[in-house]
Structure formats: C-alpha cells, structure tokens
Write a protein that binds this ligand. Structure first.
Ligand SMILES: [Zn+2]
Length: 266
C-alpha cells in the first residue's frame, strides 16, 4: 500500500473539508508514494510516540492532534517539534493528522468516547451540522439503564484509560443518570448546548472553575471532567478499525503511551 492509498481511506472517513477553519489537518510529513505497512495511531505527535513508532517499525503515525496548529518558519532540530520532524523524515515515518474532522465524523471521536463510558443504543450529535443531522460535535445517548451519578462516574473512570488524576465530578452523587452528553477533548464551548439538550450529565475535558461552577449552580446537568488525552484515546481504535476494514493491507497498532500533559496527581 502507498501512503496515498491509506490517506484515501482516512479522508473518506474524516473529510478534511469538515475540519474547523483554524485547524491544521492532513499530511504533515511523508512522501505520498512511499510504502506503508505499519500504522501507529496516537493522540499526540510527541517524542515518546515517535520513539514508539521507531521501535515498532511504523511507516505512518496517525495522530489526533496537529503537530503545528499555527504556522512555523523553521523545522530546525533546535525545538522539540523540529526534532520530531527530523526523526520522522530520517526514519521514513510519515505523519498524518485527523483532528476536528475526526471530532465531527460519524463515527467520530465522541462516538468512541460514548461507548467507552457505557452509552448504549443510538447516539446523535450534541451540536449537529445544519446540513447533516448525523454529523457534528459531541454525542448524546442513554445508558442501558438508569443509575446514579456516582455509579456512572465510577464506570466512566473504568472505561477510560488510566491517567494521573482520573476524572472529577461536579454534582450530587445520588442524582439519577440516564441521558448523557459527551464531547472528546476540551468541551466547555458546548456547556450551554448540553444544558439545553436536557441530559443528566455532560462528560468532557479541560473544564475551568468558573464556567463549571456557574453551570452547576444554575441547576444544569452534572459535570464530569476527564483527562483530555483519555477522552480522545478511545477513538484511536475506531480509526484503526476503519483502516483494517477498508481493505488496505496495513498492520495497525494503537499507542498505549499516556501523553496527557498531567503526569502526576497528589
Ligand atoms: Zn484534543
């Protein structure tokens, strides 16, 4: 398979045209004509992931987060990102990013998150595209049966990969929970949408004190704040399945390296 063949599959699942205008998705490094046998999937394009790719003999790394979100004038190996570019090119490892286009896809980042925390049945976007009700940011769905906030939080923590500080909950732990909204990554722009969706709890990442406090004080849904990396990691397996089921003959591996920024909680 060539890199072009693999990209064709990824772009059918995650059309770049659906990415936000500020985003930087697609091929970061690599020759479209190069052969691809092994694909490593990871959330972050960081040195530890490049090392893993090198050790495993990957030809391509597919990441969720862009390497350069803003422009750069140098890829000299004097910065961590420049060093990474050097390592990848020297070792013939291509790098490809599917970011906000993977967030809004169906299935996308939040579908995988919803399943990981126990949502069953149909999922609909929390904020659908005006022209496509089945694609958009976040997902809303229901648990197989009603439970309490405390029990849901415990199961969500079990369903997500372990990070240094796990998850945080805001709300009455005895509160009944059935209908749940989730959004992978930083979801505080969706707080108002989640409140209007009539859910019992909204699970996302990177929530700040003031918006979270005001949200809970106003009597909205309960909140669960998970590690950013952990909320996006379940998508990697979904993207790997899409590659495997597409007919491209590549070996896939999901990186288990925890690259969340927070490495220790006390
Ligand atoms: Zn993210």
């Amino acid at each position: 398979m060539t890199l072009t063949d693999v990209i064709e599959v990824l772009e059918a699942a995650y059309p770049p045209a659906r990415a936000e205008s500020w985003d930087a998705v697609g091929l970061v490094s690599g020759d479209p004509a190069q052969q691809v046998r092994k694909v490593l999937l990871a959330v972050d394009p960081v040195a530890a992931v490049a090392e893993e790719a090198l050790d495993w003999g990957a030809d391509l790394i597919v990441t969720h987060h862009p390497l350069y979100l803003r422009g750069t004038t140098s890829v000299a190996a004097t910065t961590p990102k420049g060093r990474l570019v050097h390592n990848l090119i020297k070792n013939d490892i291509a790098l490809y990013t599917a970011h906000t286009n993977a967030d809004v896809a169906n299935p996308g980042v939040s579908d995988a998150l919803a399943r990981a925390v126990g949502l069953a049945g149909d999922l609909v976007p929390l904020q659908p595209f005006p022209d496509d009700p089945w694609r958009g940011l976040g997902r809303v769905g229901e648990l197989a049966e009603k439970t309490t906030l405390g029990e849901f939080a415990r199961r969500a923590a079990e369903g997500l990969p372990r990070t240094s500080w796990g998850i945080r909950v805001a709300g009455d732990l005895a509160r009944p929970v059935l209908r749940v909204a989730v959004s992978g990554g930083a979801g505080d722009s969706l707080l108002g949408t989640a409140a209007a969706a009539g859910v019992d709890v909204f699970l996302t990442a990177d929530l700040r004190h003031h918006p979270a406090s005001e949200f809970v004080e106003s009597g909205g849904p309960a909140l669960i704040d998970a590690a950013h990396w952990a909320t996006e990691w379940p998508w990697l397996d979904s993207a790997a399945s899409i590659l495997r089921e597409s007919g491209v003959t590549v070996e896939t591996r999901v990186s288990a390296t925890v690259t969340d920024a927070w490495t220790r909680g006390y």
